[in-house]
Design a protein around this ligand. Structure first.
Ligand code: XUL
Ligand code: CO
Length: 435
């Protein structure tokens, strides 16, 4: 069955495209800085938002018009996979991501759930072999089911910890079966509500113990996807343990996990942490831990995770600059962890929203490549830190000074002269790259 029969394969048609089902900026094969756009961007479609949402919110029922409901949960699951691969092919997206619960009905027991995962991943593998689409990452959803009310790897209940282990073991088996390039841990319930009844240190030790079991099992089955931790400051728990990139890196370093773990950074999570997306990427880059991106955007007027499709060229440009500066995002990619608005209920909104996101990041890539070519930031930085390139500054950077020698130097000065940052002028120069 053709689920999107009125939607053709989306092609690059340039800025004056007549069809709304066309890319106006994303030209997959165009070479930018030595490689095709599609290899810089490595776009991925998220199974959960695309296939399992219905548009409902706290105040109202679902609105989305969808045509893949079957007569049993397994039939619906297969229909969803069919429709999903049609979307991937029409968009020319080469990657996808999913949680275990997105693709397989949970049934009445863990055993039934694991069996359903086997059936569904066989089915997905068939589709992957036929289309050449690849798995960017999979993950275990250990936050929706009531079992995980007190957390998964940070729970107070050892039986629940074991249930989490079983789900993640299956997740790693699936990653191997489908050649996953990364495997993600987003700790939806890994956090706490109140210190009155929480031993934070114990919970974090247990989380690290869990990750060590993951590393050991990957070793055992000889499959080594890039492991990624996805930071988020709050929602659903009040205090999420992986608050932001810096907090997640402190955890990774404390428990000596840096050889196996990098970060999956999400724009809307950065917003919730009070950071820009590019701040989070810059922190990860400095730790050599820039793993993959959940490309979406939040709403600064709202305080929650709205998971909107990214249309902000400013953020996309600054994010792509960090990616280029890091030397690329592979084996990670840009996963649209985004859902269409409740008012965008038509089937083809799924395609149109992804086109909007892909065009936005294509524009970001183009602008960032031009900035890199012009040494835009390098010049600003070199100029701003000029005092450290010669004289006393050079001595400091070469570790040749100490507090006493610097005191003597400071006493010899006749006051200091600071330079203006000219930040408004720089913002105006940046605007020239965006439009
Ligand atoms: C939740 C979120 C998740 C992760 C995967 O805010 O971003 O969808 O990306 O579990
Ligand atoms: Co995410």
């Amino acid at each position: 069955m053709d689920y999107f029969e009125n939607v053709p394969k989306v092609q690059y048609e340039g800025k004056n495209a007549k069809s709304k089902y066309a890319f106006r900026h994303y030209n997959p094969e165009e070479i930018i800085m030595g490689k095709p756009m599609k290899d810089h961007l490595r776009f991925s479609v998220a199974f959960w938002h695309t296939m399992t949402e219905d548009g409902s919110d706290q105040f109202g029922d679902g609105t989305y018009q969808r045509n893949w409901e079957g007569s049993t949960p397994m039939e619906t699951a297969k229909n969803r996979v069919d429709a999903f691969f049609e979307i991937l092919e029409k968009l020319g997206a080469e990657y996808f991501c999913f949680h275990d619960v997105d693709i397989a009905p949970q049934g009445d027991s863990l055993k039934e759930f694991l069996e359903n995962i086997d059936v569904m991943t066989d089915y997905i593998k068939g589709k992957m072999d036929k289309t050449g689409v690849k798995l960017l990452w999979n993950t275990a959803n250990m936050f929706t089911h009531p079992t995980f009310v007190n957390g998964a790897a940070t729970t107070n209940n050892a039986d629940v910890y074991s249930m989490a282990a079983a789900q993640v073991k299956k997740g790693l088996d699936v990653s191997k079966k489908l050649n996953g390039e990364n495997y993600v841990f987003w700790g939806g319930r890994e956090g706490y509500e109140n210190l009155l009844n929480t031993d934070m240190n114990f919970e974090l030790d247990n989380l690290a113990r869990f990750y060590q079991m993951v590393i050991d099992y990957a070793q055992k089955i000889d499959y080594h996807p890039q492991f990624l931790i996805e930071p988020k400051p709050k929602e659903p728990t009040k205090h999420q343990y992986d608050y932001d990139a810096a907090t997640a890196m402190a955890f990774i370093q404390k428990y000596n996990l840096e050889d196996s773990f990098k970060l999956n950074l999400e724009a809307n999570h950065a917003t919730l942490a009070g950071h820009t997306f590019e701040h989070e990427l810059n922190v990860a880059k400095n730790y050599n831990a820039l793993g993959s991106l959940d490309a979406n955007q939040g709403d600064l007027l709202l305080g929650w995770d709205t998971d909107e499709f990214p249309t902000d060229i400013y953020t996309a440009t600054l994010a792509m600059y960090e990616v280029l500066d890091f030397g690329g995002i592979a084996p990670g990619g840009l996963n649209f962890d985004a859902k269409v608005r409740r008012t965008s209920f038509a089937m083809d909104d799924l395609i149109l929203a992804h086109i909007a996101g892909m065009d936005t990041y294509a524009r970001g890539l183009r602008a960032a490549a031009k900035m890199k070519d012009d040494n835009f930031f390098e010049q600003i930085i070199a100029n701003r830190y000029e005092s450290f390139s010669s004289g006393i500054g050079k001595q400091i950077v070469e570790n040749k000074e100490d507090l006493e020698s610097l005191t003597n130097y400071a006493l010899s000065l006749n006051g200091v002269e600071n330079k203006s940052g000219h930040i408004e002028h720089l913002k105006s120069l940046l605007n020239d790259y965006l439009v």
